[in-house]
Design a protein around this ligand. Structure first.
Ligand SMILES: C[S@@+](CC[C@H](N)C(=O)[O-])C[C@H]1O[C@@H](n2cnc3c(N)ncnc32)[C@H](O)[C@@H]1O
Length: 513
């Protein structure tokens, strides 16, 4: 299988594991009420890591629209991996070699660890949608194969130019065709578990429709109902005999089960030919909406121009270039998300994904939550949040604004002073189990159970968190393995092992995720 190599790959391949774990700090004055919706200001690499103890394996849909790496640095947001922050980060991680990186190497270095973290945040049946254009779409294909698996992605085309858009008809100097599309990669954590919602479609049959039996529902196209011919030996699912109005029988494998066939027939939705003795076909009425499997080409879901116009109207001026139209993101999310799902966008820009979530919730009375991450404080505060503030007047919905707080471990390797018992409990439980801890699970020092292991944490006063014999009385009859985190332990090895207790010393034995 061909794979992709680039300068800096070895340095980056496990970098997601080296990113320090930081806390999320809520900022009340930048928030809008109390909410599970989050806007996080900061580099998504650190922000995604900070979200892990809360969201690992919980996110249903991710939409990202990362910098396309067009080489254009003059926009209001940086479309290049040469943004000072990313440049500094690459310099630190990749080191001296970083000097020789082409912009494609840099883009790959930037994307690789972030995509790995995004995959980990997805639910087993979760899906990621990634917008991209010609500049990096081939590199992205290899990243998808490496991170999600060879058969775990598909590609869609979005027609980004709407009819009558000013951009229609204009040609870029870099292209010989008028470029009217972008790509949307769709990545699956486990493709077997994914079924997209069907979409409504009005058939476009051009000249192939008619109404030979004067059906009052109007003209229709006669669609094929059988999977096999009479002579086929297939005796699989839906293999049965039907009898036409004139008494002729047809035995074969059909696209419908017998019950559905009979219902369609009763409702006059089956055409048996002029004389009532032809192989049956299904009537697909021209005026009737049908539910069909979504197709890989997306048209009529807003355009680059309509997205810009929307923002210009909302903000009464140009505050952000190259946002996506809310119709597009709403469409993608409607293919897969249900009420209560968590939706994440780690390159949030103007906050279109948050907007789409609030619109969908309004339409179906849903309760989806959004988590948006934006690197640039100016954009996060003045555009992302401000957009949600403005549109929430009509659509409802609050959000909490967070920045990245202290690192869990300070430079001396001890736990930061600001870390609370719950923060540390969540982190430890997460590193031990790769699952999230519900706050209500915590009872005193007991922080939770997972697959026959009980976890305990002693963490009140620095240097005084002691595992002593009094703990033995509490757990006397409990036969589970007990993993206990504390600063010190005064119980002997033999007694610990006779009570199935494993002592782990803080901070040295706290795993780094
Ligand atoms: C193409 S824009 C996204 C536009 C968005 N889809 C919309 O509709 O407005 C990419 C955004 O990602 C942000 N960004 C770039 N690198 C980032 C990083 N490492 N962490 C978080 N955000 C980042 C940029 O500042 C920019 O706002």
């Amino acid at each position: 299988m061909p794979s992709l190599n680039w300068i800096g790959k070895e340095k980056i391949i496990n970098h997601d594991k080296e990113v320090p774990f930081r806390l999320l700090k809520k900022n009340k004055s930048l928030s809008l009420g109390i909410s599970d919706n989050l806007i996080v200001e900061g580099d998504n690499l650190e922000a995604l890591k900070a979200l892990m103890p809360y969201y690992i394996g919980k996110v249903k849909c991710i939409y990202i629209d990362p910098p396309y790496n067009t080489g254009n640095e003059n926009w209001r947001y940086n479309d290049n991996v040469n943004s000072p922050k990313i440049k500094q980060w690459i310099g630190k991680v990749v080191g001296g070699e970083g000097e020789d990186l082409t912009r494609h190497d840099k883009w790959l270095c930037m994307m690789y660890p972030r995509l790995k973290l995004l995959r980990d945040l997805l639910r087993e049946d979760g899906v990621i949608f990634i917008s991209i254009d010609d500049n990096e779409h081939c590199d992205l294909k290899f990243l998808m194969e490496e991170i999600f698996g060879v058969d775990s992605w598909e590609i869609m085309i979005w027609k980004k130019v709407g009819d009558g858009d000013a951009g229609a008809g204009r040609m870029k100097i870099t292209h010989r065709f008028r470029n009217e599309h972008e790509y949307i990669y769709v990545g699956y954590k486990n493709k077997e578990k994914v079924r997209f919602n069907k979409v409504k479609s009005i058939p476009d049959f051009k000249n192939t429709y008619g109404n030979p039996d004067n059906d009052p529902r109007g003209s229709y196209k006669a669609g094929n109902m059988s999977k096999t011919t009479e002579k086929s030996l297939a005796h699989g699912k839906n293999f049965y005999t039907v009898v036409s109005p004139s008494g002729k029988s047809f035995t074969r494998q059909w696209h419908f089960d017998k019950e559905e066939f009979d219902l369609l027939n009763k409702d006059g939705r089956i055409y048996w030919g002029k004389s009532g003795d032809a192989v049956p076909s299904i009537k697909i009425f021209i005026k009737e909406e049908r539910e069909v499997v979504p197709v890989s080409i997306i048209e009529g879901k807003g355009s680059a121009t309509s997205a810009n116009k929307f923002l210009e109207n909302l903000f009464e001026g140009r505050v952000f270039e190259n946002s996506k139209p809310v119709e597009l993101i709403k469409y993608l999310l409607s293919l897969y998300s249900e009420s209560n799902d968590i939706i994440l966008d780690s390159f949030a820009g103007s906050g279109t994904t948050g907007h789409a979530v609030l619109e969908l919730n309004k339409e179906d009375n849903g309760n989806r939550q959004f988590v948006l991450i934006e690197l640039e404080p100016d954009i996060a505060q003045k555009v992302t949040s401000e957009r949600i503030r403005k549109i929430s007047k009509e659509l409802g919905g609050n959000f909490e604004y967070c920045t990245l707080g202290n690192k869990l471990f300070n430079p001396e390797g001890s736990i930061d002073e600001e870390i609370s018992f719950t923060d540390l409990a969540k982190y430890i439980y997460f590193t031990e189990t790769q699952t999230n801890l519900e706050k209500k699970q915590i009872i005193g020092n007991f922080i939770g159970n997972f697959q026959g292991n009980d976890f305990y944490l002693f963490f009140k006063e620095k240097g005084k968190n002691m595992l002593t014999k009094s703990f033995l009385q509490k757990v006397e009859k409990n036969t589970n393995t007990k993993i206990v985190y504390a600063d010190f332990c005064t119980i002997s090895e033999e007694v610990l092992s006779s009570h199935q207790i494993i002592f782990k010393q803080i901070p040295y034995e706290i795993k780094v995720y």
